[in-house]
Write a protein that binds this ligand. Sequence first.
Ligand code: SAH
Length: 286
Amino acid sequence: MMNLCNIDQIKEILGRHGFRFSKAKGQNFLTASWVPEQIALQAGVDETAGVLEIGPGMGPLTQQLCLRAKKVVAIEVDTSLKPVLQETVGEFDNLTILFENAMKTDLAALVAEQFQGLRPLACANLPYYITSPILTLLLESRLFESVTVMVQKEVAQRICAAPGSAEYSAFTVFCGYYAEPEILFDVPPSCFIPQPKVTSSVITLRTRKAPPCPIDDEQTFFRVVRSSFAMRRKTLVNGLAAGFPHLGKDRLAAILEDTGFSPQIRGERLSIEAFARIANAIYREH
Ligand code: SAH
């Protein structure tokens, strides 16, 4: 089996196929074999798993997933990697590679067709320019038991941030609503070719079977969250008034008081449970 993280091997194969790195496609390939090994191990990939990988590149993670999973489907947008992947991971008969944009893949159909009877997992060293939209798709689909991905360290910290901290954001609440996120380990720039400017982190998001607290209406919940963060450092009631103009500041202030919150509090201090209580109260006012 090929060592797909050996820098000389990487250069030799890519050179022979005339491959050129694309910045626009977020291409930073791994050059440290412990990283894909640890991703596959810590994601809990085993014989019972069907794994979706996004952005296999030249296949270092793909290889580690294929060694452990029952079935792997990898989605790669760059067709110039086709002959490369044929050479590097063509030997695996439990692997299907789709050359398409992962943002446009019908994930429900893919899981139903490819992972029947298996535990669906998602694993990836994500192209950083689409981290948030891809994570949004993967989590909202509720198809995967867990999503284990490499992202920029600051994105990992944002996803795992505590209420009231500087990194706490609407995306934190979004991820926390669908999953339990955990930072697994950091990966320095020296582990890639070409080297990115920033440190990366591998995180795992274990999908929740049910929301962490009762929510009457998801749309209202996420509108409350978005409007509370839209105007950081403003009071909660001002943020909400922008998101729910038909209710007006006075009624919103009354709803907050009734639910046990000061209208003057800042939205970015609220936990998921607090957002849920406020959203439920607003929804019942409709
Ligand atoms: N997993 C490999 C490569 C990571 S670089 C490694 O760790 O070495 C990110 C990969 O995602 C690249 O191969 C890039 O071509 C691919 N990619 C970028 N945008 C994509 C998209 N929209 N859909 C699928 N793959 C994409």
